[in-house]
Design a protein. Structure first.
Length: 330
């Protein structure tokens, strides 16, 4: 009997160690924030700001451990980790749409015009609707939206000016149904590849193009593998949600919930500002490196894409979200 009592007590201690510590206890609440981008990317600055703010606001009761540069895996791995409880915070991108299909809408090419439009989407009715649907569909609570800058289409062999220039071109895309369907509709051959593998895939000829933002193109040195970059009409400018488990959030005391939300607000504001600064600098650096900037025929791409926007919105029963996103850009 004593032996079984000892085992039970040991298990109780172990289980207690796996549960989040309350702020009233001496034990510190330790939370993990992981992301898949390089540590030179503005995501990392935003995550470090989140860590700094949350630890300061909580007066040291909460510690945030940061894992950047895909240390804990790619985006899908991190999102799975949040569901399992091995990771507490992450940043949603293309793979988020596999958990919350509604996210496909903001990843429709040429829908969100630029960072000004993105900010209005993220902070307005469209963002609130998107956050609610993401939580309903995936169980991820959205704490705010980071920026991922403006992206164009990069190619190796020939410039892209019209949709016809994409016919048959193997283009790397994120793991996202809307992007894949859209590029097929433009005549390209979309190839889903994890972000850390983009440089090698372009270098080895696995793909002939990509759709990366200016900042990432510079910081990851992917510019070394391409010759042309589209400008004028941005391919993507979507908001990237900072997410955590809605159940984990709800299980925290009210003060901890408030600290997390305040820290996320500060992190979002800082990350977006840094993104704009680095994007402008990246454009200058890319031109200096000899990347040829090619002006897109915006009307030709929009004429081809608008029916695809409507189809994808119908498929995911998100016509209302599409309408709100368009309205934010008017």
């Amino acid at each position: 009997m004593k032996r079984w009592l000892g085992v039970a007590m040991a298990l109780a201690v172990l289980c207690t160690g796996l549960l989040p510590a309350s702020t009233g206890a001496q034990q510190k609440l330790v939370l993990k924030f992981a992301h898949h981008a390089p540590v030179t990317f503005p995501y990392h600055d935003g995550v470090l700001k989140f860590k700094e703010a949350l630890e300061k606001i909580s007066a040291g009761k909460v510690e945030v451990q940061v894992f950047g540069g895909a240390q804990l895996g790619g985006e899908r791995d991190i999102l799975e980790g949040i569901r399992l409880g091995t990771v507490h915070f992450g940043i949603g991108a293309g793979a988020l749409a596999n958990f919350a299909p509604v996210y496909n809408i903001v990843q429709l090419p040429f829908l969100i015009k630029d960072q000004t439009h993105m900010g209005k989407v993220a902070d307005g009715p469209a963002g609130r609707l998107l956050s609610r649907r993401i939580e309903e569909q995936s169980g991820f609570k959205v704490l705010g939206y980071f920026s991922t800058g403006d992206s164009g289409i990069q190619t190796v062999k020939a410039p892209v000016r019209t949709p016809d220039d994409l016919r048959g071109v193997k283009v790397r895309v994120m793991e996202n149904q809307a992007l894949i369907e859209s590029l097929r509709g433009l005549g390209a051959s979309p190839t889903p590849i994890p972000f850390p593998e983009v440089y090698t895939s372009l270098k080895q000829g696995v793909v002939e193009g990509a759709t990366i933002d200016f900042t990432a193109l510079w910081t990851t040195k992917v510019y070394e593998t391409v010759k042309y970059m589209t400008v004028g009409l941005n391919f993507l400018a979507e908001p990237r949600p900072v997410v955590m488990s809605a159940k984990f959030f709800a299980a925290q005391p009210k003060d901890v919930q408030g600290w997390i939300q305040q820290a996320a607000h500060e992190a979002v504001r800082l990350e977006r500002g840094i993104f704009l600064e680095r994007q402008n600098k990246a454009k200058e650096e890319l031109k200096a490196k000899g990347i040829q900037f090619v002006e897109l025929d915006g009307k030709a791409f929009l004429d081809r894409m608008k029916p695809i926007w409507q189809k994808v919105a119908r498929d995911f029963k998100a016509e209302d979200l599409l309408d709100e996103v368009i309205k934010a850009g008017q």
